[in-house]
Write a protein that binds this ligand. Structure first.
Ligand code: SME
Length: 160
């Protein structure tokens, strides 16, 4: 059993440092990438407030394929370059979208989503997955969230 303090009022740098540490703890010594992504999605859901979708898309060939997540059922395959996730994967750059309705090509999986953060997970120069976060709040994600999820992506890139 893993027990982690769930205090959403922590300052963001502390919250994300704790999240990365927890992710290292739950994935330590476990080679199964599906199990590790599933536990990391659960940790994100536990630690990060005001989300309606949190999880992974895996890079398979030239498209992203849905991985473990928490939220409503989502579209399964996203070609590189399409949507917020595919844009992040192709550009290898974090996407912070304050208003998904203003992002040309945004793929709506849950109509409640208003803002989105997508962070590529890069290992040995290749995008192996993206971490996708949706929020029902407009402009939910800022630079601290982007830096925090980059920290998480680096912490788990060898475990997923
Ligand atoms: N909105 C994403 C699709 C995935 S769902 O948000 C879970 C996109 O535009 O790529």
């Amino acid at each position: 059993m893993f027990v982690f303090a769930a205090d959403p009022d922590r300052p963001k740098p502390k919250l994300y440092a704790d999240l990365a540490q927890a992710a290292r703890a739950v994935t330590a010594g476990e080679p199964d990438i599906v199990a590790n992504m599933a536990n990391c999605a659960a940790l994100i859901w536990q630690f990060v407030p005001h989300l309606n979708w949190a999880g992974f898309y895996r890079a398979v060939g030239d498209e992203l394929v849905l991985g473990p997540f928490i939220g409503k059922p989502a579209c399964i395959r996203i070609p590189f370059g399409q949507g917020v996730c595919g844009t992040a994967a192709l550009a290898r750059e974090i996407q912070v979208v304050a208003d998904v309705r203003a992002f040309a090509g945004h793929i709506a999986c849950d109509p409640a989503s208003r803002s989105e953060l997508v962070v590529p997970v890069v290992r040995e120069g290749a995008v192996i997955a993206v971490i996708d976060l949706d929020s029902p709040e407009p402009a939910r994600f800022d630079a601290d969230d982007a830096a925090g999820f980059q920290l998480l992506a680096t912490a788990i890139r060898d475990a997923i």
